[in-house]
Design a protein. Sequence first.
Length: 288
Amino acid sequence: MRYCAHRNLTPGTNRLFLMTTPLIRIDHASKTFALPDGGAFHAVRDVSLEVNAGDIFGLIGKSGAGKSTLLRLFNLLERPDSGRVFVDGRELTALSKRELRDARSNIGMIFQQFNLLQNATVFDNVAFPLRIHGGHTPAQITARVNQCLELVELSGKAANYPAQLSGGQKQRVAIARALASGPAVMLCDEPTSALDAETTRALLATLRDINRRLNVTIVIVSHELSVLGEICNRVAVIEDGAIAEQFALDDAASLAEPRKTALGRELAQHGAASALAANTVNTEAAYV
């Protein structure tokens, strides 16, 4: 058994509960899109997947492999043609529209192109999901927005508009907005692909901090090996809409096992190198 604390709206408080099942479970999900020529594109093929509370879980694959479509099944932005989706003990695929809207407040999402409201201030962008879902007083909204902006180090930008921000700052606003409702899960669709290397490192550090401090489970899609190798503890390689393999990046025995895919081998090598570097730093620190 494991315990997981979810952040609620009130700053500094947590909800502690006992969890005996995966936080996210995808059960034999498939998704097909009709093509203009009358054909069909099978984006997701009979995928079953589990993500545990506290994971930073990576999805990687070549362009067109289906990884972003799979991610959108997690919160039913794309509804599977078959299969079931469970998040935090609820079967999303069995909910009514109103119930699903409420359930989505427990799932934050950030996108490659930020998806900010260009005519709204940073404050109003972060406050948007709280106002949409309702049930919060103006004072609660102000407190929560300020808390989220402080977490992503943008407290001084509340009155700015997206056009006045850098790419990295825009993505931090998107992270703050995703955190506003106190979700258990954050979905990240290529969050670093529009950023330079230095900004990417800073953003990954922010995501890692959110995972550790707020107990938010993160699922991240990326085509960048270095991104997933840097932040994830578990990964799945997606090929032709299916999971080709999945394994732990924080477990030496898992990294030592033969990998089935080229991407899997590269990720395992990256994970082993990172573990070796960390061990070297710890050993050197012990003698200081």
